[in-house]
Design a protein around this ligand. Structure first.
Ligand code: SAM
Length: 184
């Protein structure tokens, strides 16, 4: 069984957008308790590297380290573990909610932006990026660089995501490294 309800969100996103393919290298940001990593391994990824603030019980076929993605050394550690360009960068990172919606949105967007910055550096041509964001448009200024660096950028609210929650996912596919280069 899967360790998290979140696993079903990735299953639904993958069924809809065809993100995961056998043999891929996948990065899983905000991996605890390990549901997305389980899905990635089950769907044939050969290399799954993740990080979370919290410890994660080992997931067979994945390497998940404990750390803060805000730590400037973290991207290099993940890159070393990956051993090559990534095909997919996934971020389900969400900070603990404060109860103050505007603050929560800003914090989640800051994490999503950091994840995007990392994705632009590690993705292979044609690669994909998925990040949790919130309805309300605070991610708007992420969209411009994303639309430039990826062939397609879409928003999705998987059915497994609670209706009451304003979370949704931005799904970018068809990474174009030469366009990303121009953004730097
Ligand atoms: N996708 C996961 C699964 O299927 O099991 C669930 C992820 S959960 C919704 C969000 C996770 O993001 C939490 O475990 C939290 O600890 C992690 N997180 C939040 N901020 C983080 C940060 N700065 N660095 C690493 N992980 C972070």
């Amino acid at each position: 069984g899967f360790r998290s309800r979140a696993a079903f969100k990735l299953i639904e996103l993958d069924d809809r957008f065809g993100l995961i393919r056998p043999g891929q290298r996948i990065v899983d940001l905000g991996a605890a308790p390990g549901g997305w990593a389980q899905v990635a391994v089950q769907r044939g990824a050969t290399e799954v590297v993740g990080v979370d603030l919290l410890p994660v019980e080992p997931v067979a076929g994945a390497t998940i380290i404990q750390g803060d993605f805000n730590d400037p050394e973290l991207p290099d550690r993940l890159r070393a573990l990956l051993g090559g360009p990534a095909d997919l960068v996934l971020s389900d990172m969400a900070p603990n909610t404060t109860g103050h919606a505007a603050t929560d949105h800003l914090r989640i967007i800051a994490l999503a932006e950091l994840a995007l910055e990392f994705a632009l550096q590690v993705l292979a041509e044609g690669g994909g990026f998925v990040a949790k964001v919130f309805q309300g448009g605070s991610e708007k200024h992420m969209l411009l660089p994303m639309k430039q660096a990826f062939a397609q950028v879409r928003h999705a609210k998987p059915p497994a995501s609670r209706k009451e929650s304003s979370e949704l996912y931005v799904v970018a596919t068809g990474f174009r490294p030469e366009r990303a280069e121009a953004l730097r």
